[in-house]
Design a protein around this ligand. Sequence first.
Ligand SMILES: [Zn+2]
Length: 324
Amino acid sequence: MKRILCVFLCLITLTGICILHFPVYAASKRAGDVDDDGWITAADARLCLRFSVGLEELDFLSQEACDTDGDWLVTASDARNILRFAVGYPSDTLRHPAQVEENIDLTEKDLPEDARILYMTFDDGPSSFTTEILDILDHYKVRATFFVLYNPYYTAKYSEIVERGQTIALHCYTHNYGEIYTSKEAYFKDLHAISDYVYNLTGVRTNLIRFPGGSSNTVSINYKDGIMSELVTAVEEEGYHYFDWNYTNDDATGEELTWEEIYAAAIEPIDKDVKKVILLMHDTDAKQTTVEALPHIIEDYKDAGYYIIALNENSPGMHHKVQN
Ligand SMILES: [Zn+2]
């Protein structure tokens, strides 16, 4: 009888250990919609926890099984935060299994045709936030593209972008519409100036560009009729590839948006199941909430199975309809 009891106790202990040390992969897999109703609820999160950490801790943990960012909705990211807290694993081990870190330097040519891809782009940098953005990209092991302009206050940041594995691309030297859009010559003078500036600071000569205001800007009408129609052809003839965007995080609206508003705009394509996203964001001294939203944005795209990679000359340009 004693022996049976002993075996029984051993079994219970072993089961306990197994439950407590349930692999993180499984935990993260369960950080989802367990009743398949399309929503991750507090009840789902509690079930995940029960499965992952064992019953005895559930009372305490169930109090934590609510939305961790206070938005009244328990998201997958909330569930992960709870699990992270409960299981004590570092955040970056609780990942969507589709996200293999080695994928970050792939290009779209290496990926399946129906792969979901997010190209994060930052315009108007560098700024006082560039290093923080680079830290976040490093942490999540993702890539982004920086369309930079001339900024003598942050000369060290240009090479930092390159040295930390991110992609540098050209925006403009002056960002002065009244100067660059007066003629084709004026535009190219500005473009060549930023090209040389970036080359001198980083050793990188890039042909990836983004027009100030995008190719669809109408502000250029004030300076020269038809200038954008002329430029979209001219830049390609000179061997440049220009990139517009199909979504933005709304951080250029002029108002001071909260990080939650920026986050909500940026993740819109996930709900709409958009396969290829070029997301326009800004890297300037005024855009603190852009930086605050960034980890949440990256986490949600990763959860949805997106590859987050940099633009290159074979990437889709997402060209807008030219309006001038
Ligand atoms: Zn700009």
